[in-house]
Design a protein around this ligand. Structure first.
Ligand code: PLP
Length: 379
């Protein structure tokens, strides 16, 4: 569906990308599981479906709705967020330098740790909340910048307009990991980003039952063509069934996200009043160092919170263990509340404080969540 019509996100999520051409006139789009498609009598024609790895009706529909949600021109869907990020790293030229934030999602960073040498590329990390340091970190061969705001697990806020402005003045391609903010709260393309990356396993899928990723591009340019080629030729693609289920989930995503924002704000404000809690990281709190920037670039502040316990590693683990409704698990963005002692998830090399809890606030009733928090915090 055309982005020129400027529909609101609730309407885009329900109608964008739908192809109403089924003979059955079904309202819910059919799941087309076929791996292959019959050739025309005149032979294969440009634009025809041929083989599901290359393209298929369910993936095309998913890519159209994701592109519309992020106000981009095009999208490539992948089988995981990491496969999507990998396609971006593999699209830079040999000899290039990539600039990433210090606290980039650890899986994305570990791709560079493991493969940058083999790919003959360099990378370095910088604190992107400090724009002077950020600008000074560019090299003459920096061709790609990855941004992530709010970051994981500290919920640090990067000024998108300024950071993208600096990157453009150095002619670098900018890719924003928008998994935490989601297109409900921020559209990085409106601030000049070239690419938006998603782990659709999180808020877009929203039910902790689909693994997926996507790259949305502002323009169908040469860089994006490389990503598209990697998608088709390396084959880390989602199945038609996953595409179908994900676009089904996306239809209710804006309403879920509205409630995630609302519950998380209330939980963050409650946590700030608790004696056992030393510090709450949530961009919607006035006490947050990124608050002013967050207000200027986010319509809501998201469903993710992290907080520090006034206690040690063991105290923190026991608080996490005491909750009855909030479940102990990694990942995020599902309808159910999840929290985790992040340091033990990341392992002993992790720099995350031992008294930090990362909380993905779900859609349970706020009163029940607050009662559960009281139970966990006040043993
Ligand atoms: C989960 C996540 C990823 C990785 O996505 P997968 O779908 O797990 O491969 C990347 N970035 C962020 C911010 C994430 O939360």
């Amino acid at each position: 569906m055309s982005k020129k019509r400027d529909l609101n996100i609730e309407t885009i999520a329900i109608h964008a990308g739908m192809a109403h051409d089924s003979n059955s006139r079904a309202i819910s789009p059919p799941l087309e599981a076929s791996t292959n498609f019959e050739h025309d009598k005149k032979g294969f024609q440009e634009g025809d479906y041929i083989y599901t790895r290359n393209s298929n009706p369910n993936r095309d529909q998913l890519e159209r709705v994701l592109a519309s949600l992020e106000k981009g021109e095009t999208c490539a869907a992948f089988s995981s967020g990491i496969a999507a990020m990998n396609s971006v790293f593999m699209s830079v030229e040999k000899g290039a330098h990539i600039l990433i934030p210090e606290d980039l999602y650890h899986g994305s960073r570990s791709l560079l740790e493991k493969y940058s040498e083999r790919w003959s590329i360099e990378y370095s990390t910088v604190d992107m909340t400090n724009l002077d340091q950020f600008e000074a970190a560019f090299n003459s061969n920096t061709t790609l910048v990855v941004l992530e705001t709010p970051s994981n697990p500290l919920l640090l806020i990067t000024d998108l307009k300024k950071a993208i402005g600096i990157s453009k003045s150095k002619a670098a391609v900018v890719c924003v990991d928008n998994t935490f903010a989601t297109p409900f709260n921020t559209n990085p393309i409106e601030f000049g980003a070239d690419l938006v990356m998603h782990s659709t396993s999180k808020f877009l899928g929203g039910h902790s039952d689909i693994l997926g990723g996507a790259i949305i591009a502002a323009k169908e340019d040469e860089f994006f063509q490389k990503i598209r080629t990697i998608q088709k030729s390396q084959g880390a693609v989602p199945s038609p069934r996953d595409c179908w289920l994900l676009s089904r989930s996306i239809r209710s995503f804006p309403y879920r996200m509205r409630a995630h924002n609302e519950n998380a704000q209330k939980v963050a404000e409650f946590l700030e009043t608790q004696q056992k809690v030393k510090k709450v990281n949530y961009p919607g709190l006035k006490s947050n160092s990124g608050y002013e920037i967050a207000v200027s670039q986010m319509r809501g502040f998201g469903g993710m919170i992290s907080f520090l316990i006034d206690g040690d590693y063991t105290d923190t683990l026991s608080i996490v263990a005491r909750a009855k409704i909030i479940r102990r698990a990694t990942s995020l963005g599902g309808i159910e509340s999840l929290w985790e002692h992040r340091r033990s998830t990341e392992g002993e090399l992790s720099k995350t404080p031992g008294n930090l809890i990362r909380f993905s606030v779900g859609l349970e009733h706020i009163d029940d969540l607050i009662s559960d928090l009281k139970l966990a915090l006040n043993a």
